[in-house]
Ligand binder design. Structure first.
Ligand SMILES: Nc1ncnc2c1ncn2[C@@H]1O[C@H](COP(=O)(O)OP(=O)(O)O)[C@@H](O)[C@H]1O
Ligand SMILES: [Mg+2]
Length: 270
C-alpha cells in the first residue's frame, strides 16, 4: 500500500470523526437546553398549581370552622374530604417543585441550631391524625443528652416527614411505627446523629433497595396500587441527607417491616 493512499484514508477518517464530533456537541447542547426547559416548566407549573389549591384549602377551612355559619356533621365530613384531598395534592406538588429545584441545582442549606427532638415532635404532630386513623402505635425514643444540630431545620423535617409518611402508608392498621434518635458510630470527620424510622409494614425486598431511592420509582407502580405518590420522596430525602454530608439507607425484607436510617454529622454553630 502506498504512503499517499494511507494518508488519504487517514485524512478522510479524520474529517468524518470531526464531523461526528460536531454533530455530537450539537446534540448535547440541544439536550441540555431541553432539560433546562423541562425543569423550568416543572417549577413554574408546580408554583402556579399551588396558588389555587391553597385557596381551595383555605376556603374549605373557613367553612369547616363554622366562620360562615355552623355546618351539619355530614357537611363537615364532606368539607373535611375536600381539605384532606387538597392537602395530599399540595404535598405532591411540593415534592415535584423540590425535585425541579434540585434538578436545577438550586438547593442550598440554611443552617440554624436546633434539637432533633423538636423536629421529630413537629413531624409527629403533623401526622397525628393519620396515625390515629390507622390505629398505629407510634413511639419516639430519643437518647438523653444528644448534642444540638447545626443544620437545615426545614430539610431535616422534610426527611423525617417523608420517612414517617411512608412508614404510615405502608403499614397495615394496628401496626407499629417508631422513630429513634441516638449517637451514631463516629466517623473520621467527627460525631454523627443516627436517626431511625421503622415500621412493621409490608417491607421491601432486597432487590428493590436501590430502586426505591431512584426518582419516580415505586415498588408497585401499577395503576391499581393502593398508595398514591410521586415516587420522589426517598430520592429527595437522600439528596437532603447528602447535602448535610450524611447517609440514608434501608434495612428490610418483604413482609418483615422496614427500617430506614440516616446520619447527620454534628457541627457546632460558628
Ligand atoms: N416504609 C416503607 N415500607 C414499604 N415500602 C416502602 C416504604 N417506604 C418506601 N417504600 C417503597 O418505596 C417507594 C418509593 O417511596 P417514595 O420515594 O417515598 O415515593 P412515594 O411514597 O411517592 O411512592 C414506595 O412507592 C414504596 O414502594
Ligand atoms: Mg413517599
Amino acid at each position: 500500500m502506498s504512503r499517499a493512499y494511507i494518508d488519504d484514508v487517514s485524512a478522510e477518517r479524520l474529517a468524518l470523526l470531526q464531523e461526528q464530533n460536531l454533530e455530537l456537541s450539537r446534540l448535547v447542547a440541544e439536550l441540555r437546553n431541553e432539560a433546562a426547559l423541562r425543569t423550568q416548566f416543572l417549577s413554574n407549573i408546580s408554583h402556579d398549581l399551588r396558588t389555587p389549591l391553597t385557596a381551595i384549602i383555605t376556603h374549605g377551612e373557613i367553612l369547616r370552622d363554622g366562620i360562615l355559619g355552623e355546618l351539619t356533621l355530614r357537611q363537615k365530613d364532606s368539607v373535611g374530604g375536600i381539605i384532606g384531598g387538597g392537602r395530599q395534592l399540595l404535598d405532591m406538588i411540593g415534592e415535584i417543585l423540590t425535585y425541579a429545584r434540585g434538578a436545577a441545582h438550586q438547593l442550598t442549606l440554611t443552617r440554624t441550631e436546633f434539637s432533633i427532638a423538636s423536629a421529630v415532635e413537629q413531624v409527629c404532630t403533623l401526622n397525628e391524625s393519620l396515625v390515629a386513623k390507622k390505629k398505629l402505635d407510634l413511639t419516639v425514643n430519643i437518647e438523653e443528652g444528644l448534642p444540638p444540630l447545626y443544620a437545615d431545620r426545614d430539610k431535616i423535617a422534610h426527611i423525617l416527614g417523608n420517612l414517617l409518611g411512608n412508614a404510615i402508608d405502608f403499614t397495615l392498621p394496628g401496626g407499629r411505627v417508631w422513630i429513634t434518635c441516638s449517637r451514631g458510630a463516629p466517623t473520621e470527620r467527627g460525631h454523627v446523629l443516627l436517626i431511625e424510622v421503622g415500621d412493621t409494614g409490608i417491607g421491601i425486598a432486597p432487590e428493590h433497595h436501590d430502586l426505591v431511592f431512584r426518582e419516580f420509582a415505586q415498588v408497585d407502580a401499577s395503576a391499581s396500587r393502593q398508595h398514591h405518590g410521586t415516587g420522589l420522596g426517598l430520592a429527595i430525602a437522600r439528596k437532603f441527607v447528602e447535602l448535610h454530608d450524611g447517609r440514608l439507607w434501608v434495612e428490610s425484607s418483604r413482609g418483615k417491616g422496614s427500617r430506614f436510617f440516616f446520619t447527620i454529622p454534628v457541627r457546632s454553630a460558628p
